[in-house]
Write a protein that binds this ligand. Structure first.
Ligand code: ARG
Length: 492
């Protein structure tokens, strides 16, 4: 059923000491329901755990405990089925839930708020919601990493210039280049998983600021809700939002990485580079220029780093100078987090499409390895292996580059006699060493671009994903187990 009817007189969780009715304009400005309606299921779970603990301790009458539990479970079912939609006109999601229970159960509903405050209630629901949202984003990141890894496995023989200062620097394997983004994404996932531990703390039982006035079993509440820990200090627990700042900051890190990658792909898909193209299905046209095909999706990914910066600055601004304990300023936390998560989900979804669909032009990448003497370092390294100090070898390699430039040829096309005029140390094998393949093979260190190292890196990446997937499975089953325990604790 839908609770969409607007309450005739607004339901208030307070008001006994007020003689003046609220100014409806103020009421409208104070309302947080448009944002915190997303907490519905989490606040129902929090309330159910709270009434369970009150009931088990005999703090509320058994009849009220049973009625409230049944009412909350019913609402949870309706919420999960999409049939319980809070209408406007309530101050917040907590008022909506209490009002709904009151209209359904009458007096019994009045027991629910025993020994708690909206200050510990809201942050309990918010932490539950964030845990779920973090899990879902890490899931998306994992899918993107998986796709990237699969693409990298298909191109282990493709080479292209690695760039420093956006100038052609040294040949690398495309798989090696893509793995760079894989590890950036992996740190983003790791940061989110780490932040999760600090979200995973139960504040319920902190009351408004001083702690609950009733002997609520906080560890039992944590178990029923799937929290790993309980908060240490009631003042801190109700006024703390740095866990939100931390999550939003981790998200911004992700968005920064994706913006760099997106920008690079925009560049690579230009006619000037021509290293990749996007399938037409992922491009947009111009309303004026008939020939145009534009990478708008990547541009929007690039922009999300700017979108994600907003909530980070908002939260820092809201928290700055705020005294310990709850202040209404903290209500801004949920909209900020929602913006950050929306940006993250958008960016990862879009990158997923692009990564899965992009077309690699290996010929253009190979062509870019010509003409720029990208293997000049190999000439120097060759001499070092024959006992020439690197600085001297660097100078002699410079002479070789000059000679090739004058001859208008590649380093591997320069006659051996020319090499030997510059240094008698050069033998015929130098001509293989200075090819792009020779240069790539020579970078045979862990983390280097030699084919064997890249093959090992692909394995290491797959193993890292197994660890992340295990975390996801654990978190998912922990939450399911907690919810099952909670429902099992309902009387009757
Ligand atoms: N909407 C509020 C929030 O998000 C709920 C807590 C209100 N608490 C209070 N003391 N007014 O922060």
């Amino acid at each position: 059923m839908s609770e969409s009817a607007k309450p005739a007189t607004p339901y208030r969780m307070w008001g006994g000491r007020f003689v003046a009715p609220p100014d409806p304009r103020a009421t409208a400005l104070l309302a947080s329901l448009p944002v915190d309606r997303t907490l519905l299921r989490w606040d129902l779970l929090g309330s159910l755990a709270h009434i369970t603990v009150l009931g088990e301790a005999g703090i509320v009458p058994a009849g009220a405990w049973a009625d409230l539990s049944r009412g909350l479970v019913q609402m949870l079912k309706e919420a999960d089925a999409g049939g319980l939609v809070p209408s406007d006109g309530y101050e917040d999601i907590h008022s909506f839930i209490e009002a709904t229970l009151t209209s359904r159960l009458g007096q019994a509903a009045g027991w629910l708020h025993t020994g708690r405050s909206r200050n510990d209630q809201v942050v309990t629901a918010f932490r539950l919601a964030l845990k779920d949202r973090i899990r879902r984003v890490v899931e998306k990141i994992t899918d993107l990493q998986q796709t990237l890894l699969a693409r990298a496995r298909q191109v282990t023989d493709v080479a292209l210039p690695g760039y420093t200062h956006l100038q052609r620097a040294q040949p690398v394997l495309l798989a090696h280049h893509w793995l760079a983004y894989f590890w950036m994404l992996h740190r983003d996932g790791a940061r989110l998983r780490d932040a999760f531990r600090r979200v995973d703390v139960l504040p319920l039982g902190s009351g408004a600021i001083a702690g609950s006035g009733f002997p609520v079993d906080r560890r039992r509440q944590a178990t029923l809700l799937g929290f790993g820990q309980i908060s240490e200090n009631s003042i801190d627990a109700t006024g703390d939002r740095d866990f939100v700042f931390e999550v939003v900051s981790a998200i911004e890190g992700l968005l920064l990485h994706l913006s760099r990658w997106a920008e690079e792909m925009v560049l690579w898909s230009t006619r000037e580079f021509g290293f990749i193209s996007l399938p037409q299905t992922l491009m947009t046209g111009s309303s004026l220029m008939p020939q145009k095909q534009n990478p708008d999706l990547l541009e929007l990914v690039r922009a999300q780093a700017g979108v994600g910066l907003g909530p980070l600055v908002t939260l820092a601004g809201v928290l700055k100078g705020l005294p310990a304990g709850y202040s209404r300023d903290l209500q801004e936390d949920k909209a900020a987090a929602a913006t950050a998560f929306r940006a993250a989900e958008f960016a990862v979804d879009a990158m997923m499409l692009v990564t899965g669909g992009l077309i690699v032009h290996a010929d253009r990448m190979a062509a870019a390895l010509h003409g720029g003497f990208l293997t000049a370092t190999e000439v120097a390294d060759y001499l070092v292996r024959r006992g020439v100090p690197f600085r001297e070898a660097h100078r002699l390699a410079g002479r070789v580059v000059l000679a090739a430039e004058e001859a208008g040829c590649e380093l591997w096309e320069l006659p051996l006699e020319t090499y030997r005029k510059i240094s008698a140390q050069f033998e015929t094998d130098v001509l293989q060493a200075v090819t792009p393949q020779g240069a790539i093979a020579a970078k045979d260190v862990p983390g280097g671009t030699a084919p064997g190292r890249v093959a090992a890196a692909l394995e290491a990446a797959a193993t890292a994903l197994i660890v992340q997937q295990a975390w996801l499975d654990q978190v998912t089953s922990d939450q399911a187990a907690a919810e099952a325990r909670l429902l099992a604790a309902v009387p009757g």
